[in-house]
Design a protein around this ligand. Structure first.
Ligand code: TEU
Ligand code: CA
Length: 551
């Protein structure tokens, strides 16, 4: 296994660059219009082949590939120990894993813990009777009275969280779709069964898990009503005091972390939209007893503003206990692509380039969402083209998730080289310009910038595992921070990032302490890269620069 260079004492996942693959959309190998495992395997060299021609990422996160009725596109699992036939077979998976490892590419799975599909045998058993073997595996409750639900809880994807099951004559809880019944994590056999699932994949050789929606696991089983709060729809119009973010969830995370003592290489990454005072940072526990990495939605939803990024550094990163490590994520399969979130006017490209500099130089492990390295945009879809129930339900008032899930754009050919058939979601309009084949040969493309930044990062202890401090500059629209690491020979490596978040040119007065250095790169293709830095630097609108500080 070839890992990114690292300072002794650090783990591979601290210096690694992760790449999220949405299996439906990466590469179709058999013309049915749906991405699959053989398709992914055929494009591994794009991700990493050991030469600067490839992107050079270190790990892949696969969104769910398990058998599923696909009501939530894989986040409704009906069998945790197999592969959905749309994506291939277990032996395709083994082959993908082997080929990835051969390239020094690690693979993590998406573990959906909070709920299963309503077609999972556990739920089929549980719903059949109050005395069935798995009767207590899900969250069942009586109504408060005839026709009154057990509580006022609302589901994340709309409507009540409770659905009546006539066979059992009780309600079951579902925090997302009603086809996604919530497991009862306060029932020990559920934990045992899920830990067996984790061992199943770890024994096969996977390198860890992205844990879905973890802050939902524990709930108050007395089902008290959630208090009212102002919001735009049912879900946001209540404070989720009792249906999520319960302290018991941390015990569950601790159990999972202990399981990893038999698999010390593996990493746990939590998706926590936590509302608690500690926020997502609480899921690091004491720093060594819960999760290694936790996603933070504040950055994932943040607009293009220097103060928001500054706040991320001061509040979030500093809240992480020693032993934990931040994640840097701008896009994923649930959010509009960040290039559009940052603003859709003419300077979107410049912002995407500056964002790339932030992604690879902020302190934490970067996660790329497939296609962002090409500058893929949210696709403009018509209602009849939508597939995701959440996107449909709030259409057109919310952007939804389908626009960010369209197929990867491999080349300028018909269907962007993704499939020979009809893709499950349409190809986004810009595929003729924004695609791998064309961008790979253009040194000024976003893809080329991503490659350069990943290479730069790989060569630097400061940028991977180094500490970080904000550098004061008078221009409030600009963010300046320094990364530094002590090298084995006793010297200190120092890197300065500066980004202008505004639409105008800004003069940045560089403090004395960072005055000696050289510009390694600018995100502005028109800027002159090389040279020493001066006391007053002019940053073009949305320009970012990476500077090596010489002691
Ligand atoms: O998402 C959990 C989550 O917090 C969602 O509410 C998210 O904010 C939502 O998708 C709206 O953008 C995870 C998965 O990432 C998502 O794809 C699944 O649909 C969900 O869990 C249920 O498994
Ligand atoms: Ca296919």
């Amino acid at each position: 296994m070839v890992d990114a260079p690292r300072v002794p004492g650090n783990s591979w996942w601290q210096s690694a660059v992760f790449y999220q693959i949405y299996p439906w959309s990466f590469k179709d190998s058999n013309g049915d219009g749906i991405g699959d495992l053989q398709g992914i395997q055929s494009r591994l060299n794009y991700l990493r082949d050991g030469t600067p021609a490839s992107l050079g990422v270190d790990a892949v996160w696969l969104s769910p590939i398990y058998p599923s009725p696909m009501k939530d596109f894989g986040y409704d699992v009906s069998d945790y120990c197999s592969v959905d036939p749309r994506f291939g077979t277990l032996s395709d998976f083994d082959s993908l894993l082997r080929e990835a490892h051969r390239r020094g590419l690690r693979v993590i799975m998406d573990l959906v813990l909070n709920h299963t599909s309503d077609q999972h045998p556990w739920f089929i058993d549980s719903r059949s009777s109050r005395n069935s073997p798995k009767a207590d595996w899900y969250c069942w409750a009586d109504g408060r009275s005839l026709f009154r639900r057990p509580s006022n809880w609302n589901a994340r994807f709309g409507g009540s969280s409770w659905t009546w099951e006539p066979t059992r004559r009780q309600y079951y809880l579902h925090s997302f779709l009603k086809k996604q019944p919530d497991l009862n994590w306060q029932h020990p056999p559920v934990r045992e069964a899920m830990w067996d699932v984790a061992r199943f994949w770890l024994d096969r050789g996977v390198d860890g898990f992205r844990l879905d929606a973890i802050n939902w696991l524990g709930k108050d089983l007395r089902w008290p009503d959630n208090p009212f709060r102002f919001g735009w729809r049912g879900y946001t119009r209540q404070e989720h005091r009792y249906d999520r973010d319960q302290p018991v969830t941390h015990e569950i995370m601790k159990e999972l972390r202990q399981l990893l003592s038999a698999y010390p290489h593996a990493v746990l990454i939590g998706e926590a939209a936590a509302d608690t005072p500690g926020g997502p940072a609480a899921f690091y526990g004491q720093g060594d007893d819960e999760l290694h990495l936790v996603f933070d939605f504040r950055l994932l939803k943040s607009p293009w503003r220097a103060d928001r990024f500054r706040q991320f550094l001061t509040d979030h990163v500093s809240a992480i206990p020693k032993g934990g490590w931040a994640t840097i994520v701008f896009s994923n399969h649930d959010q509009p692509r960040h290039i559009d979130r940052y603003g859709q006017d003419g300077d979107a490209d410049a912002r995407a380039r500056a964002a790339a500099l932030l992604l690879f130089t902020l302190p934490g492990t970067p996660f790329l969402y497939y296609g962002e390295e090409l500058g893929m945009r949210n696709a403009k879809l018509r209602y009849r083209e939508l597939r995701d129930p959440y996107t449909k339900r709030f259409w057109p008032f919310r952007p939804g998730r389908d626009p960010a899930r369209t197929p990867m754009q491999w080349d300028a050919s018909y269907q962007a080289g993704f499939t020979t058939g009809r893709p499950w979601l349409p190809i986004a309009a810009q595929s003729a310009e924004l695609n791998v084949a064309d961008e790979a040969t253009d040194p000024r493309s976003l893809l080329s910038l991503y490659k350069r930044l990943i290479e730069q990062r790989r060569a630097s202890h400061a940028l991977t595992v180094g500490g970080c401090s904000l550098v004061q500059a008078e221009a409030s629209d600009c963010l300046l921070y320094e990364r530094m690491a002590q090298l084995e020979d006793g010297t200190t490596e120092r890197m300065l990032t500066m980004v202008n978040f505004s639409e105008r040119q800004v003069d940045v007065t560089v403090p004395q302490s960072v005055l000696h250095g050289r510009v390694l790169l600018s995100t502005n293709p028109a800027s002159v890269d090389a040279g020493r830095i001066s006391r007053c630097m002019k940053l073009a609108p949305n320009e970012g620069r990476l500077i090596q500080i010489l002691n």
